[in-house]
Write a protein that binds this ligand. Structure first.
Ligand SMILES: N[C@@H](CCC(=O)N[C@@H](CS)C(=O)NCC(=O)O)C(=O)O
Length: 247
């Protein structure tokens, strides 16, 4: 039995964490049965979500989970792609995970209104006397991480400009295709969808959300992935919202 540990449905999304979403999309694309459990990152072998328990074998990190699934179940999420396309997919994945995703983290954790209704709620199950300190410490840790990766050292406008460059690159790479590498979803679509949906959810307001919503092919892409991978999820199409925002 496969158990996927993540955050769960929150923030108007079927899964709050983009990395857990990546793994969940891989599982769904592969048609593998799994159960999902909410768990804190501290319980993970690597201290982060997601992790997977596959019949007693524990695998942490969305990349290594993908590798595990491909090896154990004889899958290739990039089936049909040539060497250069696989290299391109890897480069896109790194841009999305190690660059664009930080703008999502910045918007959720450092914009006070988003933090209050979003990640600050993670601590509600803790003893009331500890909650405030835990919220402050966690936010400070994220601030340090943002400085460590660089994006936290820039002005808001500079940080936004960097995020928009990645969005524009994704939009150009998607071009007129339904999915990033062509006619069907491949491995990289899992994280591109996870991060874009996380940026575009109407639950949070942020300048990077407004800019993301202005890329028509990216909103349509998120709607397409959501309908295909999470058909049971109640999702208001972004393309319609984007039209209202632009009017
Ligand atoms: N490289 C990891 C990144 C996972 C990650 O950053 N997970 C976040 C949740 S979205 C987490 O657990 N953060 C808690 C922490 O870093 O302390 C992966 O691909 O699985």
């Amino acid at each position: 039995m496969i158990t996927l540990y993540g955050i769960g449905a929150k923030f108007g999304l079927p899964e709050a964490s983009p990395y857990v979403t990546k793994t969940e999309v891989h599982l769904r694309l592969a048609g593998l049965a799994y159960v999902k459990e909410a768990a804190p990152p501290q319980m993970s072998p690597k201290g982060q979500l997601p992790w997977l328990d596959d019949d007693g074998e524990l695998i942490a990190d969305s990349h290594f989970i993908r590798q595990h699934l491909e090896r154990k179940y004889g899958l290739d999420f990039d089936e049909g792609l040539g060497v250069a396309e696989r290299a391109q997919a890897w480069a896109i994945e790194r841009m999305v995970e190690n660059h664009l995703c930080w703008t999502l983290i910045n918007a959720r954790w450092l914009i006070p209104e988003n933090y209050a209704k979003g990640p600050a709620q993670f601590f509600q199950a803790m003893p009331p006397a500890m909650q405030e300190d835990m919220r402050r410490d966690a936010q400070a840790r994220i601030g340090e991480n943002l400085r460590a990766v660089g994006i936290g050292r820039h002005t808001d406008d500079e940080g936004l400009g960097l995020g928009v460059r990645s969005l524009a690159a994704l939009s150009a790479l998607l071009d007129g295709k339904p999915f990033l590498m062509g006619a069907r979803p491949t491995g990289v679509d899992a994280i591109a969808f996870g991060v874009l949906a996380g940026l575009m959810t109407p639950f949070f307001d942020a300048p990077i959300r407004d800019r993301a919503m202005s890329f028509g092919n990216l909103t349509a892409y998120v709607d397409r992935m959501m309908a295909g991978v999470y058909p049971e999820f109640d999702w208001a199409p972004l393309a319609a919202q984007a039209q209202t925002m632009a009017a």
